[in-house]
Write a protein that binds this ligand. Structure first.
Ligand code: FAD
Length: 405
């Protein structure tokens, strides 16, 4: 009998959890497993703010996919997935096609600009390793050019961060530590540097405990970050950004560097493949299958799971993507073994820690509020845990964060 073919798209948190669990739960003769990823490496998306600010080298945030898969059981295909044809049960890649019996879509998210003019053209987004490297190099170039040019352009030393959500705040925390280093490196008076965070919502870190938000903002302000809360970006231009001021007025902030960190949507392949979706995310069934498709599972940032307690979607996180990957592996293993009774997904929220640089953080872990070095220590343990869950001790030793303080 022909072995069923399981195709997993994306070697991020969700995809690698699925594959590393499937390779343990299925024997070589049970199924053919194929993993497709754009690059031959996985990157820790949750560390990209560090690579973007330049506080961690980009090679530290990635590792080879082949280091964590069992090559006797899993075929790795390096390709970009373009579209899923669910009628024909195949995936269109940039270098060919793959048919499947079971498909897992774990392609992560993309930046959501909410139609704000100019953002896609003039702002950077922290979305992958290459984008992180570009942001780091762009900031360094601005500092170097400012120092070298005869007629000084002060806007080279202004950085605007759009969004004071999780990603924006974590990036600001790193910038707060990196700016003094850059000033020293390029011999620039730190008073000339401006880092402005613009947030449309009435508070930073919506959904976080207000006391922790106050702590985070106060500590970032001490590092020189300026906050413009309740201020919406109207447009990004080649010179900077234009924000709304009052009812009908606008104000311009001139900046050579604008980072947009305020929105995530699902991977564009979801819309291209005509899945039922909301902003590129599929509202999945309890067993994580796409509605009406018994052979397609969607996880991570491409999926949308409702938190029944508040009747709103869970924010997309690595934590949820990894838990979904574990469940999908179990469900596919059941289907392969002829068991059609699938498990439902329940998110086990272990807490959230938001870093404020290498030495500070805020968070709620197992229901307890934590700040400062204790929270920062926990953040590193969470980062190490993700490595351990996917690659065990060898990967944790190779890539883990052990610079405790
Ligand atoms: P990803 O882990 O992003 O992986 C997607 C994979 O698919 C990548 O390998 C990518 O290269 C590949 N891919 C994409 N498109 C294609 C294609 N067309 N063809 C082939 N391959 C493709 N979450 C937390 O839980 N805690 C945090 O502290 C946290 N911090 C964050 C900090 C930052 C700066 C950012 C940006 C996000 C943070 N998140 C955090 C969110 C978290 O990173 C995401 O929710 C998580 O990465 C989603 O996992 P995923 O498996 O869906 O996708």
């Amino acid at each position: 009998m022909k072995r069923p073919k399981i195709v997993v798209l994306g070697a991020g948190y969700g995809g690698l959890m699925t594959v590393t669990r499937l390779q343990k739960q299925l024997g070589s003769n049970d199924a053919d497993i194929v993993l497709v990823n754009k690059n031959d490496y996985h990157y820790e998306t949750t560390w990209l703010h560090e690579a973007s600010a330049g506080t961690l080298h980009h090679d530290r945030v990635r590792y080879d996919v082949k280091d964590v898969i069992d090559r006797s059981k899993v075929d790795f295909v390096q390709a970009t997935a373009l579209k899923v044809d669910h009628q024909a049960k195949k995936v269109i890649l940039d270098n060919g096609e793959l048919d499947y019996d079971y498909l897992v879509v774990a392609l992560g998210g993309a930046s959501e600009t909410f139609g704000i003019q100019g953002l896609d053209k003039y702002a950077f987004s922290i979305v992958n390793v290459n984008a992180a490297r570009q942001i780091r190099e762009h900031i360094e170039y601005q500092f170097a050019t400012y120092k070298a040019e005869e007629v000084k352009n002060p806007n080279r030393l202004t950085i605007v961060v759009g969004g004071a959500g999780f990603t924006g705040i974590e990036f600001l925390g790193e910038l707060g530590n990196r700016i003094p280093e850059l000033c020293k490196e390029y011999d620039i008076d730190q008073k000339l540097v401006r880092v402005i965070c613009v947030e449309a919502a009435p508070s930073a870190l919506p959904g976080f405990d207000p006391e922790l938000v106050k702590y985070a903002m106060a500590n970032l302000e001490k590092k020189g970050i300026e906050f413009k809360i309740g201020t919406a970006i109207k447009e990004a231009t080649p010179e900077g950004i234009i924000v709304a001021k009052g009812e009908n007025e606008t104000e311009e902030f001139k900046a050579e560097t604008v980072i947009w960190a305020a929105g995530v949507r699902g991977n564009p392949i979801i819309e291209a493949s005509e899945f039922e979706n909301m902003r590129g995310r599929v509202k999945v069934e309890p067993d994580l299958r796409a509605p009406g498709l018994s052979d397609v599972f969607v996880i991570g940032d491409c999926s949308l799971v409702i938190n029944e307690e508040i009747n709103r979607p869970y924010p997309p996180t690595a934590q949820i993507a990894m838990q979904q990957g574990e469940l999908v592996a179990r469900n596919i293993a059941r289907l392969v073994k002829g068991n059609t009774h699938l498990e439902s997904f329940t998110f086990d929220n272990k807490g959230t820690v938001c870093s404020l640089g290498d030495d500070d953080a805020i968070g709620v872990v197992f229901g307890k509020k934590v700040t400062g070095t204790k929270a920062s220590f926990m953040k590193k343990m969470i980062d190490n845990r993700a490595l351990y869950m996917i690659g065990g001790v060898p990967l944790t030793v190779k890539k883990g964060k052990f610079n405790i303080f």
